[in-house]
Design a protein around this ligand. Structure first.
Ligand SMILES: *Cc1c(COP(=O)(O)O)cnc(C)c1O
Length: 351
């Protein structure tokens, strides 16, 4: 007798990040810098006090309180996860039943669709227009006409960098029966959040993450914010010890440094503007290089020579994200942005 993997997992490949070491990493939308020594010292003494023999707090109370204070919301509305990735999987598996249909917009973050196939739910796609923006009225009709049970999208969007205003998001959430998840992974770089309004809706969950604007990708820390009924369900279905004690303790400290984080986010936004302006300049020198407006910490470009450019940059020890007809470049430090723009300019003069 031989065990056979089932069809839905047989063809899957483990996630393989880009290997090798590079001077400049602008492929994963991470924050370009680590924490200063004062914060690291605080982290060290907190880690010193952890009872490593004990399970973590299942409700992650300390970090949830710190997160809630940062965003000026009630901690009762917050569920912590092992990265928002866990929360995506959890919501799709628990809030949908077999045969239910969910809807993603396209292009968007690929994990939404990925988990749907493991959860065995049908995942339909709503396409953005040529400018890569969402026609909200058409989206509302689609959700209602197709009896969609879950709509999930990132706002502002990874990978396009665009987004819908809070006003349009409100209209959307209040016009559908479906559960709506707004993944606000990059909302600290913009200001159109609904995080303070979740109690106005029976059907809204907002996701946040410590991985991007907060600079803690290493911790694997994500948050779902929703009304008390939805939050109770989330806490009931999550695995009890999903966030480890180290991440809880460190996250609690990180979110308490609001002024520092906001300053750093401002710097990143300013670097993104430099990156955007530089790319727009490049687009004036060559054909087939379309640069999209961004409300995030990265810039999205449509170009048929993305693969070639990606390889050229890699040979200069700079990595960006190549995605078929598009490339996505994270705003790193000033230096990293300058070096990258210089290299792209070199590339376009030599090709
Ligand atoms: C990076 C990213 C995440 C991942 O968050 P983790 O908390 O690191 O799992 C979620 N959503 C979007 C849109 C992202 O770009």
């Amino acid at each position: 007798m031989t065990y056979q993997l089932n069809k839905k997992i047989r063809e899957l490949e483990p996630y393989e990040p880009i290997s090798g070491t590079y001077k400049i990493r602008l492929d994963a939308n991470e924050c370009p810098c680590n924490y200063p020594d004062e914060i690291k010292q605080e982290i060290k003494s907190a880690i010193d006090k952890i009872d490593f023999n004990r399970y973590p707090d299942p409700l992650a109370t300390g970090v949830v309180n710190s997160f809630a204070e940062y965003y000026d919301i009630s901690p009762e509305l917050v569920t912590a996860g092992n990265g928002s990735d866990e929360l995506i999987f959890l919501t799709e598996s628990a809030f949908l039943e077999k045969g239910d249909k969910m809807l993603v917009v396209s292009p968007d973050f690929s994990m939404y669709r990925f988990y749907s196939s493991i959860c065995e739910v049908e995942c339909a796609e709503f396409y953005k227009d040529d400018s890569l923006s969402i026609d909200v009225d058409a989206l509302i009709d689609r959700v209602n006409d197709d009896n969609i049970k879950l709509l999930i999208f990132s706002n502002p969007c990874n990978p396009t960098g665009g987004g819908i205003t809070a006003e349009l998001a409100r209209k959307l959430v209040s016009s559908v029966n479906s559960l709506v998840i707004l993944d606000e992974a990059y909302m600290d770089f913009w200001s159109e959040s609904l995080i303070n309004e979740v109690c106005d809706y029976s059907n809204l969950i907002v996701f946040r993450t410590a991985s991007k604007s907060v600079g803690s990708a290493a911790l694997r820390l994500g948050f779902a914010v929703a009304n008390p009924t939805v939050t109770r369900a989330l806490k009931a279905v999550k695995s009890p010890y999903n966030v480890n004690s180290v991440s809880q303790e460190v996250g609690k400290i990180i979110y308490s440094h609001k002024d520092y984080l906001i300053e750093r986010q401002k710097t990143i936004v300013s670097n993104r503007k430099t990156l955007y302006d530089g790319l727009v300049n490049i687009s004036k020198k060559i054909n087939d290089f379309k640069v999209y407006n961004s409300f995030t910490n990265f810039v999205f470009v449509k170009t048929p020579f993305g693969k070639d450019l990606w390889e050229y940059l890699k040979s200069k020890s700079i990595v960006i994200r190549y995605m078929g007809d598009y490339i996505r470049i994270t705003a790193g430090t000033n230096y990293e942005v300058d070096e990258t723009l210089k290299a792209i300019n070199e590339y376009i003069t030599t090709r």
